[in-house]
Design a protein around this ligand. Structure first.
Ligand SMILES: [Fe+2]
Ligand SMILES: [Fe+2]
Length: 319
């Protein structure tokens, strides 16, 4: 981005959308709702007699050819995948936000503190997800593979234009809101500790989603028109890359289930289960954010109505 600027004599078109949120108000809310790891865990442990993932995200309750116990094991494997997937995506959010805040150090105390608070909270979330993944491994007994390594995935994502990366992060932040509000709120069967994780994540991510909106707006305003036009391509490339990871994870989860239940599934049943689980993960990690009204609104304000229409055209693939 910097090199391209140095070669151009024109200035970015100032098309500043009116900021929808204030750094000061978001900082104050962040400080009020901020929690510690102990507030979430507090001596509790995972209950392996219960599902970990809400059914609207897991879609494991009606997988054909599995007993009730086997479906429960698949749901819990998906819970482990959720912990590890968030660990991975949050690892590229931290360096992105730190890179974003450095050139903005002169833009006011509230802006700098709010963005650094966000980065600190993401580092804490990574820690929380790791502790939960350790608790899972201690109780589940058979190994479950996950995609990675996180550094390599992060490098691939961060190689895109900052506006494309900021859009991907904004989508992730809004999807965490949906995961708790839409899915967990009404699902009484979910393990209480896993529900606490989703709730506490939701509490802090509510501010992140708004701060990310401000980041997207600031980056979009600093871009040339052609950079803005290409930003959605970059965002879709990141989505396609993550979708490839999801396909791999669905295969890993089938292997993990077979290990856990001690039998190989018949080929046709195995394939049907992997296809269904892949689609469930597409909704969990891509569709639930991509179709969030707040995300679509920001895309339309910052990139224009044609960009929003493109997104709405591809979203059904991830439903
Ligand atoms: Fe987070
Ligand atoms: Fe976040």
């Amino acid at each position: 981005m910097t090199t391209a600027r140095m070669l151009r004599s024109d200035e970015p078109t100032a098309r500043l959308p009116r900021p929808r949120y204030s750094y000061g108000a978001l900082l104050a809310t962040s400080q009020r709702v901020c929690w510690q790891l102990e507030d979430v865990i507090g001596g509790r442990s995972l209950d392996f007699t219960r599902p970990f993932m809400p059914e609207s995200l897991a879609r494991t309750a009606d997988v054909e050819g599995l007993s009730a116990d086997e479906r429960l094991a698949l749901n819990q494997i998906r819970g482990h995948g959720y912990l590890c997937t968030f660990g991975i995506v949050e690892e590229f959010i931290v360096p992105f936000v730190l890179d974003h805040v450095r050139p903005r150090l002169g833009e006011g105390d509230e802006c700098v503190r709010a963005l650094l608070q966000l980065a600190g909270e993401e580092a804490k979330h990574i820690h929380l997800f790791r502790i939960f993944a350790d608790m899972f491994r201690a109780g589940f007994t058979t190994p479950c593979d996950v995609i990675g390594p996180a550094e390599e995935i992060g490098r691939a994502v961060l190689s895109h234009h900052p506006l494309s990366v900021a859009l991907a992060i904004l989508q992730i932040e809004w999807m965490t809101q949906r995961h708790y509000v839409d899915a967990v709120h009404d699902d009484d069967g979910v393990d209480p500790l896993f529900r606490r994780l989703l709730k506490h994540h939701w509490l802090e991510e509510a501010q992140h989603a708004k701060l990310d909106t401000l980041m997207v707006e600031a980056l979009a305003a600093a871009c040339y028109d052609d950079e803005r036009e290409r930003a959605l391509d970059g965002y879709l490339d990141i989505g396609a890359f993550l979708d490839g990871g999801i396909a791999q994870q669905a295969e890993f989860d089938a292997v993990a289930l077979e290990r856990a239940i001690g039998r190989r599934l018949p080929d046709a049943q195995r394939k049907a289960m992997i296809d269904r689980q892949r689609q469930a993960m597409r909704w969990t990690y891509l569709g639930s954010g991509m179709t969030h009204p707040e995300f679509l609104g920001t895309v339309e304000r910052c990139l224009g109505p044609a960009a929003r229409a493109r997104l709405e055209a591809v979203a059904p693939m991830f439903s």
